[in-house]
Unconditional design. Structure first.
Length: 498
C-alpha cells in the first residue's frame, strides 16, 4: 500500500522563515513529512513530482480580489466570474483567495450580502476562498450582525471605503464600524482616498475640458491618499486603537505615515499591489484610450514612488502584497472600459472609466521575476502574512507537517524558462488584455497544488483542477503580530478616557 498520496522530491523549500532543500510528503490533503532532499525519492507514493531543484513554496494567498460585484467603481461590471477568476488564480500559483461580499447602500444587512456571494462562489471555484464583507451601510442592524459574522460565519474581516459615491462612509460612520469591529475582533480594511477632494478635482479638470484617461491620475492626486490614510489612522486611535489595514497603498507619504504609526505601536497594517511596483503614470498617458487599461484607484504613481513602495515591502511596512484583481474588459462598450466613450467624448471621460485592472494570475510571476525581494520575504508577503492577517494560518501560508494543507507552488528550476514576455494569451482570466503586456518574466509556476491535488500542471494539460474543488474557508480572528494585544491592553473603548 502507498504510504503517501504525493511526494515532491529534489525541491528547495522556501517558507517565510527558511530556505532549505527538503522533500515533502503529502497524505489526505495535508503535509505530513519534511525530509532531507532526495530521501523520499523512493517512497511508496501514488505520485512523485521531481522538482529538479526548483523552489517549492506555500501556495499564494491573495487577500484582495473583486469578482462578480455589482457596478460600484464606475459603470462597468466584472469581467471575471468566480470560475474564471479562480482559474486564473491557480495558473499563477495562488491557492487561496479572499474576495468581497458587497453590501449595497440601500440594504440594511451584511448577512444578506454574504448569502448572495456564497451562491455565486459555491461549486464555482478552482481554489479555496473566503470573504470579507464590504460595508456600505453601517446601520444598526448591519453592525449588530458583526458578532454572527465573526463567530458563526467565519468572516473575520470587513472593508470600508472613504471614496466612491456608492460606497463612501463619512467619519462618524467609520467610527461606528471600527468600534463594532473592535468588539468582535474583526479586522477593518480601509480604502483610504478622500472622495470629496476627488469629486472637486474631477470637476475642475472637466471644466478645463481635460477628459483623457491620464487625468484619472491627476484627479487622484497623492494628497487624497495621504490625507485619508492619516485620517483613518487618527480614527482608529480615537476608538482605542482598533486594528486597521490600509489597502493598496501607492504613495510614499501614506507609507511613511503608516510606518510612523507602527513605530509607536499602533496596530496599523498595510498592503500594496503589483500595479504600484510595475506601472507608472506614464502607463495612463498613452495614445487615444489605451491608458484606460491601467486605470485603477489609487492610480499608478511615479518611478520614485515605485522605489519607495518596494522599500516598504522590503522593510516590513507592508505586511501583504495582494492583486486587487478587479477586471474589466477593454474593448467592450457594454460592460467594460469603453462604457465611458461616446461620439462627444471619443477618448472617454476619465471619471466614468471603470476603476480596476486584472492581476490575479500575474501577481506571483511578476514579483518573483523582479528578484527584488529575498525569497523568504516573497513568501511572507504573498502568502504567509496574508494567512496570518486573515485568520488562516497555519492551515494556509505554511508548510508545517501535520498542520498545513498541502497547498504548494512549484517553480521551474532557475534559468529553465529563460526570459520571456508576458502576453495576454498566456493568461486564464476572461479579460481581453493585461496591463503588463510585454513585461519580461523569468519564471512561472510549474505546478500548483491544492490540498494535495495538482490543479495546475503547466507542461501537462495546464488547468487540471476542477471548478468545484475550491472550498469556502471559515476564518479565525487575525493572528498577525499580536494584532489584538493592544485591544486587550487598552481595554474597552471608554468615553471618559478621551
Ligand atoms: N480600486 C480599484 O482600482 N478597483 C476596485 C476597487 C478599488 O478600490
Ligand atoms: Zn480599494
Amino acid at each position: 500500500m502507498d504510504e503517501y498520496d504525493l511526494v515532491i522530491t529534489n525541491g528547495v523549500c522556501v517558507t517565510a522563515a527558511d530556505v532549505a532543500p527538503l522533500d515533502i510528503a503529502i497524505r489526505d490533503g495535508t503535509i505530513v513529512l519534511l525530509a532531507p532532499s532526495g530521501l523520499l525519492s523512493k517512497a511508496r507514493t501514488k505520485r512523485l513530482i521531481d522538482a529538479e531543484g526548483g523552489y517549492v513554496m506555500p501556495g499564494g494567498v491573495d487577500c484582495h480580489v473583486h469578482l462578480q460585484e455589482p457596478s460600484m467603481f464606475g459603470k462597468g461590471t466584472s469581467a471575471d466570474s468566480y470560475e474564471t477568476g479562480t482559474r486564473s488564480a491557480i495558473a499563477g500559483g495562488t491557492t487561496t483567495i479572499i474576495a468581497f461580499a458587497p453590501q449595497q447602500k440601500n440594504v440594511d444587512s451584511v448577512l444578506t450580502a454574504l448569502t448572495n456571494t456564497h451562491a455565486l462562489a459555491q461549486n464555482n471555484s478552482f481554489c479555496d476562498y473566503g470573504f470579507h464583507v464590504l460595508v456600505a451601510n453601517p446601520c444598526e442592524k448591519a453592525l449588530s450582525e458583526f458578532e454572527q459574522l465573526a463567530s458563526v460565519e467565519g468572516v473575520t474581516s470587513l472593508k470600508i471605503y472613504m471614496t466612491y459615491e456608492a460606497l463612501q462612509l463619512r467619519d462618524n460612520e467609520i467610527l461606528s464600524v471600527l468600534l463594532a469591529a473592535r468588539s468582535n475582533h474583526i479586522l477593518t480594511m480601509i480604502h483610504a482616498e478622500n472622495g470629496d477632494v476627488l469629486a472637486w478635482l474631477t470637476e475642475k479638470l472637466e471644466a478645463a475640458k481635460l477628459f483623457a484617461p491620464k487625468y484619472h491620475g491627476h484627479s487622484h492626486a497623492p494628497i487624497l491618499e495621504s490625507e485619508a490614510t492619516n485620517r483613518a489612522i487618527a480614527l482608529s486611535s480615537l476608538v482605542a486603537d482598533t486594528p486597521i489595514l490600509l489597502v493598496h497603498v501607492s504613495e510614499p507619504a501614506a507609507a511613511l505615515r503608516i510606518r510612523a504609526a507602527q513605530t509607536v505601536g499602533q496596530p496599523i497594517f498595510a498592503e500594496t499591489c503589483p500595479q504600484y511596483l510595475f506601472l507608472t503614470r506614464d502607463d495612463l498617458d498613452q495614445p487615444g484610450f489605451e491608458g484606460a487599461k491601467c486605470v485603477c484607484a489609487p492610480p499608478p504613481r511615479d518611478a520614485d514612488d515605485q522605489k519607495a513602495i518596494w522599500r516598504g515591502l522590503q522593510n516590513g511596512t507592508f505586511a501583504v502584497l495582494s492583486s486587487d484583481h478587479c477586471p474589466f474588459r477593454f474593448d467592450d462598450a457594454v460592460t467594460g472600459k469603453k462604457t465611458c466613450i461616446s461620439d462627444e467624448f471619443p477618448v472617454g471621460k476619465f471619471r466614468h472609466i471603470p476603476n480596476g485592472i486584472p492581476g490575479i494570475e500575474t501577481r506571483l510571476p511578476l514579483v518573483f521575476s523582479a528578484r527584488k525581494l529575498e525569497l523568504t520575504k516573497f513568501v511572507e508577503v504573498t502568502s504567509t502574512n496574508a494567512a496570518k492577517l486573515y485568520g488562516l494560518y497555519p492551515r494556509k501560508g505554511g508548510i508545517i507537517p501535520g498542520v498545513s494543507d498541502a497547498d504548494l507552488v512549484v517553480w521551474y528550476p532557475e534559468g529553465r524558462l529563460g526570459e520571456f514576455p508576458l502576453t495576454n494569451d498566456l493568461l486564464h482570466h476572461d479579460v481581453d488584455y493585461t496591463p503588463y503586456e510585454g513585461r519580461m518574466l523569468r519564471n512561472w509556476p510549474r505546478y500548483t497544488i491544492l490540498r494535495g491535488k495538482v490543479i495546475w500542471d503547466r507542461d501537462e494539460g495546464g488547468i487540471v483542477g476542477e471548478r468545484s474543488y475550491g472550498r469556502f474557508l471559515k476564518r479565525q480572528e487575525s493572528s498577525l503580530n499580536g494584532i489584538w494585544q493592544t485591544v486587550e491592553e487598552d481595554g474597552p473603548f471608554d468615553l471618559e478616557k478621551l
